[in-house]
Design a protein around this ligand. Structure first.
Ligand code: CU
Length: 149
């Protein structure tokens, strides 16, 4: 459902990039043949406290925010609905801790491409802001240590 909403909102959000939220240093990695998902990494900062509530990309059916915890020495991931963005504090979404997974990729990601995506942030009072960004697609890792789900 969240994904459907994100698409609908994307179509009418053209004037909503008011500039309270900045996304930077976004990147992902080129996919191996048959690879269905990819990790998307970026930094995000909001001028006002907000919740990161959705991420979408035209190249993937869905994107999930995950938290990573260690339980009895085993690394586990859980999908989270939202992530708090404290005012003026840069939050890094990367492989450790919180991260974003793109699911059911519609096409392979090739090194050197730019992959577009949109993040949706919700402020107090339910006001939402959508920010468009693009991620650099980096070359695949030599030894394949991508995490499994
Ligand atoms: Cu994950």
């Amino acid at each position: 459902m969240r994904y459907v909403f994100a698409i609908a909102a994307l179509l009418c959000a053209a004037q909503a990039w008011a500039g309270d939220v900045t996304v930077s240093d976004a990147w992902t990695r080129a996919t191996a043949p048959g690879q269905q998902g990819a990790a998307l990494q970026f930094s995000i900062v909001s001028k006002k406290e907000a919740q990161l509530v959705a991420i979408s990309s035209p190249v993937a059916d869905a994107a999930e925010m995950h938290s990573m915890t260690h339980e009895n020495g085993v690394m586990k991931m859980h999908a989270v609905e939202s992530l708090t963005l404290p005012a003026d504090k840069v939050v890094d979404l990367k492989a450790g801790g919180y991260h974003v997974m793109l699911l059911n990729l519609k096409k392979p990601l090739k090194a050197g491409e730019k992959m577009p995506f949109t993040v949706t942030v919700q402020f107090a009072g339910k006001r939402k802001e959508m920010v468009k960004a693009s991620a650099e697609v980096k070359a695949p890792m030599e030894n394949h240590s991508q995490h499994e789900h």
